[in-house]
Unconditional design. Sequence first.
Length: 250
Amino acid sequence: MKEAYVKKQIENKVATVEFFHPAHNSLPSDILSKLATTITEVGQDDEVLVIILKSGGDRTFCAGASFTELINIQDETEGEKFFMGFANVINAMRKCPKFIIGRVQGKTVGGGVGLASAMDYCMATKYAAIKLSELNLGIGPFVVGPAVQRKLGASGMSQIAIDANTFYSPEWAKQKGLYANVYDSTEELDEAVIDFAKNLCEYNPEAVKEMKQMFWRGTEDWDQLLNERAKISGRLVLSDFTKEKLERFK
């Protein structure tokens, strides 16, 4: 079985950051931490003008948080620390002065929807259905909620958050503004992502930096907000309801 990883490659001023985990690209704390650090590093690299964020494998872009870790949380402090994993990645993407292009090749669930929502421009295949499944576990999409709501609007966000059993189609996600384009195959997606990244490299980096700040205006309190949301999830994950639900996944 392939090992989990986060790796980066810089070519022609485009940094490609790729993450992978053998369990459907579900992300444990150490991978989330590496991902946040790597995004921050390439964002500060003067050689980099554009960032592509992608995952390895074919079927799933990201299945959200690691259930193995979720099941083993013993107290609220551990819970908060665990849920801060996705918060730190989202905040790293938000603060990054470069445009981040998302390459979503397959299904994305929970925290993965949060990552897709935090992209500056996201492209996907027709297999990239989305689901916010947190309510099923007795918690909710509290940490990823601000990013998802910023992209889908309050109506779209509440629809998928309440309807926690349903995968919503890539076309639905495109209509709501999550995906800019949807392609028939991963090959077409990859070609489009690379072409788009090359085009973005032609733009003035100072203009990009200023535009990025403009697009994310109103999110300046997210360091504090996402921390507060992580505390809520960290508390709820210890509830009898959630523990009973998680037992079924052991």
